[in-house]
Design a protein around this ligand. Structure first.
Ligand code: ITT
Ligand code: NA
Length: 189
């Protein structure tokens, strides 16, 4: 079975390939099929995108919408993560959190995968909690907010971990694990 992953972000393809490498009988292929990103929650964006891409190609497809949510900023940048990364950037985010300490630096990443086939849309979610670092820290791994996010139980930022290590625990990993369970049941049935 082939599943097409519609995304314009090559980092997601790299991570998905690592996470899904043990999938038997299923191959995930990169698809370049832009879809409108409606204004709304990650769930709404993924559901709309999955239906839209499925209507275009009529084959099993996934899309994925993710965001970075900072507690002290009431969840900002959240669904504006892409725009904020391109404008404020990590420096700007650290500046906003200058006077914020300890527990108040809590943040999380969330991913919502939207899968669509002839039976309609299903959503799969993954979250990882952690905190915002006090400075940008990277060994050149990861992308976007990875260099300012320290997952709970770790001292390193995501950008200081090899992609394989990030992909053991990430929001994306957790969402894809849920998706895998669904796929296995589908195949067994
Ligand atoms: P699509 O084509 O798949 O939509 P995108 O880059 O627009 O790619 P999202 O809308 O899902 O992806 O994510 C919004 C932004 O959140 C993304 O551009 C990054 O800035 C950030 N982001 C998403 N996943 C991340 C991760 O694992 N680590 C760090 N930043 C991430
Ligand atoms: Na997106």
């Amino acid at each position: 079975m082939k599943i097409y992953f519609a995304t314009g972000n090559p980092n997601k393809i790299k991570e998905a390939n690592i996470i899904l490498k043990d999938l038997k009988n299923i191959s995930v292929e990169h698809l370049k099929c832009p879809y409108p990103e409606i204004q709304g929650t990650l769930e709404e964006v993924s559901e709309f995108g999955a239906k839209y891409v499925y209507e275009k190609i009529k084959k099993p497809i996934i899309v994925e919408d993710s965001g970075f949510f900072i507690g002290a900023l009431n969840g900002f940048p959240g669904t504006y993560s892409k725009y904020v990364q391109e404008t404020l950037g990590n420096e700007g985010i650290l500046k906003l959190l200058e006077d914020i300490e300890g527990e108040n630096r809590k943040a999380y990443f969330k991913t919502v995968i939207g899968y669509c086939d002839e039976n309609g849309v299903k959503l799969f979610k993954g979250v990882i909690e952690g905190k915002v670092a006090h400075e940008i820290r990277s060994k050149g791994y990861g992308f976007a907010y990875d260099s300012i996010f320290i997952p709970d139980g770790e001292d390193r930022t995501f950008a200081e971990m090899k992609t394989e290590e990030k992909s053991e625990i990430s929001h994306r990993k957790r969402a894809f694990e849920e998706f895998k369970k669904f796929l296995y049941n589908k195949i067994i049935k």
